[in-house]
Write a new protein. Sequence first.
Lengths: 277, 320
Amino acid sequence: MAWFKKDKSAEGKRFKIPEGLWLKCDSCKEVVYRKEIEKNAKVCPKCNYHFPISIGERISLMLDEGSFKEWDAGLSPMDPLNFKDSVRYRDRIKTAQDKTRQREAMVIGEGTINHLPVVLGVFNFSYMGGSMGSVVGEKILRAAEKAAGRRWPLIIVSSSGGARMQEGILSLMQMAKTSAAVARLAEARVPFFSILADPTFGGVTASFAMLGDIIIAEPKALIGFAGARVIEQTIKQQLPEGFQRSEFLLDHGMIDLILERKKLKQTLAKLLTFFSA
Amino acid sequence: MKDHLDFEKPIVEFEEKIEKLKPFAKTDPLIHREIEVLEKKAQEVLAEIFAKLTPWQRTQLARHPNRPNTLDYIAFMIHDFVELHGDRLYGDDHAIVGGVGIFRNRPVVIIGHQKGRSVKERIDRNFGMPHPEGYRKALRLMRQAEKFMKPVITFIDTPGAYPGIGAEERGQAEAIARNLIEMSRLAVPIVSIVIGEGGSGGALALGVGDRILMLEHSIYSVISPEGCAAILWNDSAKAPDAADVLKMTAKDLRSLGVIDEIVPEPVGGAHKDPPQMAEILEKAIESQLAKLDGLKTDDLLEQRYQKFKKMGVFGEDLVP
Ligand SMILES: [Zn+2]
């Protein structure tokens, strides 16, 4: 909890829509009044586009006020491959840590929703694209194991480009590791809610994130296995309008529902009541 | 199609010379002697080249057009093989083959990626890049193995899962994820072998085994060297550099604790002597299956869980 109060100013600023009274929406390109967006959980009032929000904001939208306690904050990334391209992986970590004031691309912990206890994990896309390396995989596994042990539902909010290339094969193996953890949770008959925010791709969708008992996406979020650029280069044609958006996934039967951010907590509360009854 | 790699060229030249001389060897003892010298030289050069293969050269070997593939190994080591088709949901993906048969007196289910060799077959098999229906066929066969309590052998050899419109529409991510979770708790032994190219999630979707083996010159990576180079340097021609930094050789994976065993290849690579390769591999699989035989299902599943749980490298401090 402490981290989130402490980090709120820095984090909040990072995600704050550029200064000025007006801003242009990324999605509909309409110019909207900034305050209106802030008031609206950072959702465009014109087109319902969900702007990225910080982990702190996410938690306060989903959990009862002040109920969140972070777990395993001491887990930090290493550089097992001694990976270097133009920049060393170690330096990329440092930059991401300085920028986000978090050790890794995910925060896990416990909290309550309408007084019902849950285990919550949230990705931070601004930390190396929310990529999943050893730490993220370990956090998901620990969150799932504790959720199974305490019989508290697990909720993970994903926003990730996929596996973290800089940890090579070890990040690929996090897909198997997190999926195995979800299997254990399922055996304990504890529900897993997977929430997909913009964007969620690659090794994250192709593992735990598509394995929720309930899968919820934010409106217009980009969700898929391969990125649009890779697909376009492979098939040498343009992708149809709306391809890989939440609405496309819903149409193709891949997710349970699309929920606006503001309605997430109340719907989760209903589901929690169902699963705990 | 050229069927040798650039670094194999010196050896190919020796081989061609020897072939030309052979007709005269019987009548001319001098030529016979000459052939012996050339053969010895060729072996030395081969050993020299293979002693210092770069990761990129290994990548090329792993993708070698003549490298034995899943159906080759099935032909060598599985008796009474019956190929089974389709996912019962949408279609039959030719990029993954599977079926049942007898491996050394042991009924097994065998599943593997199939890249194809001729141009026509490569196209038919989509170059070994599966669609969701391929993974769902694999899962259907694995569940069948579980129902009838037969071990599963999987052969991994793919550039990756296919990135296309239909694949996304039919849930490529879900299909891979589903295989990962179901393999993690499949109640029969699974032995997975990377025989060529282990390309990312599309490879792992057949790779959640109790034992993971890699052939000496195979590769296994989170991203292809070309894809990695395109991201890092905006230039897929820098793939050889990416192959270095990604640490994707069998030796690398062994030292990172990801695989259990490196299966040695004949000198010059698996394609130089496929029957010998199959024999070596068959022995390796048999000895791994034998070790898994005696395990109770609960122990088998617990060991599999612990195996993947351990994967990863991170630090941990106590945070006040
Ligand atoms: Zn808008």
